[in-house]
Design a protein around this ligand. Structure first.
Ligand SMILES: *Cc1c(COP(=O)(O)O)cnc(C)c1O
Length: 388
């Protein structure tokens, strides 16, 4: 049996995979079982921030692997402590809870909001506002937070206490805050799965102001936008706001599973002994890799991300077969004349791995993709988009 047949036989059918078996990679290039080369413009959905098998990341991970690969959270280990310190120093946040995925980081944020509101306003203040077209994860609670009905249909009842409101509508926001007993607002600065849709900066400022005024927690889901992806370390840093909670995952681990909820001033003391936990949370190998990733995302790298972004937008905007380009930094959504799925398959055929998000082609290349490889991929995408 081929790997593809074994997979189809034994793995639950949740993924509609392309008929390609990737066997190895280096940086932004990967090779399949037949030796065909591809340029990776998806980086594992924004996970492999420095590409595949990056040497510095590998060294950090393997060094820790040889020391201790896991300890229970009953004992201290260095990598998680160091990573938490670096995350706080780079953001001004005060404490970190480590989880293993984006959804779990958001679960932690939601628990923090519920407990903070219960202690400060009363347990009836438990509603979390989220934005329509958002994506916050696949657990039953983060699905409830996700403002896209089609994810909900088959899994009722979801966790109660979530209300989604239209992004950009300040009046609707004010009405929701006046109508519901709100504990927190959870949002993405750029809606990734929703089609790489940036949220209006004025609306982000309105959410921040109202949250501060009403003592509602401002919680930014930076699972996809975080860790340098948008040209700032975290996307909220583009807007000069101070969130109470920042959640992140994807790119942070560079390819190993880690999620984190960063807690600001107001909520730093909310979680006490036994309030939350995770067996794997803060795993030393994942944290050692993440520390390496985070320490490499300095001002030079962020400037490089912005330059590459300008190049991509400049090359794609207004090109034949391309209706519009959206996004921020190296998080790019492309509205194509041809159906995005068709463009994606043609790119795959020509050796470029892309993603889609809703009706758009989506690019999330590694932050350090070499300019020559980026150009090669962009020219192929342009070519595919313009062909009849
Ligand atoms: C991917 C994603 C999640 C879920 O992350 P998992 O690691 O798959 O649980 C949550 N929020 C956003 C914005 C995401 O892009």
């Amino acid at each position: 049996m081929s790997i593809i047949d074994i997979d189809k036989t034994y793995i639950a059918g949740t993924y509609n995979r392309f008929p390609v078996e990737i066997v190895r990679g280096k940086g932004s290039e990967v090779w399949d079982a037949n030796g065909k080369r591809y340029i990776d413009m998806g980086s594992g959905i924004g996970v492999t921030a420095f590409g595949i098998a990056d040497e510095g990341w590998q060294a950090a991970v393997t060094a820790q692997l040889a020391q201790v690969q896991h300890m229970s959270n009953l004992y201290y280990t260095a990598p998680g402590a160091r990573l938490a310190k670096l995350l706080c120093e780079r953001t001004g946040m005060k404490k970190v809870f480590f989880a293993n995925s984006g959804a779990e980081a958001n679960e932690c944020a939601i628990k923090v909001a519920r407990k903070y509101a219960a202690e400060h306003k009363g347990a009836e203040y438990h509603v979390i506002l989220t934005l329509e077209n958002s994506f916050h994860g696949r657990t039953l609670t983060t699905l409830a937070a996700t403002g896209q009905e089609h994810y909900h249909e088959l899994f009722q009842p979801l966790t109660p206490g979530f209300v989604s409101i239209p992004a950009g509508d300040v009046d609707a926001l004010k009405t929701a805050v006046a109508t519901y007993k709100v504990a927190g607002i959870l949002f993405e600065c750029v809606q990734g799965e929703g089609g790489v849709v940036p949220v209006d900066p004025a609306y982000i400022h309105a959410m921040a102001a109202l949250a501060a005024q009403e003592d509602i927690l401002l919680m930014v889901d930076e699972v996809q936008t975080g860790n340098g992806r948008t040209g700032q370390l975290y996307a909220y840093q583009h807007y000069g706001i101070t969130p109470d909670v920042v959640t992140t995952a994807k790119g942070l681990g560079g390819g190993l599973p880690i999620g984190a909820a960063l807690l600001g001033d107001k909520v730093q003391g909310v979680l006490g002994f036994g309030d939350h936990g995770s067996t794997y949370g803060g795993n030393p190998v994942c944290c050692a890799g993440a520390y390496h990733v985070l320490s490499r995302i300095d001002q030079d790298l962020l400037a490089e991300v912005r330059r590459k972004s300008d190049y991509i937008f400049g090359r794609l905007q207004g090109a034949p077969g391309i209706k519009s380009v959206s996004g921020l930094g190296l998080m790019v959504g492309i509205e194509t004349v041809k159906p995005a799925g068709e463009v994606l398959r043609a790119c795959l055929e020509r050796g470029v791995l892309c993603l889609t998000a809703k009706h758009k082609l989506r690019l999330l290349p590694a932050l350090n993709i070499p300019p020559s490889i980026l150009e090669e991929a962009v020219e192929i995408i342009l070519d595919v988009c313009k062909e009849n």
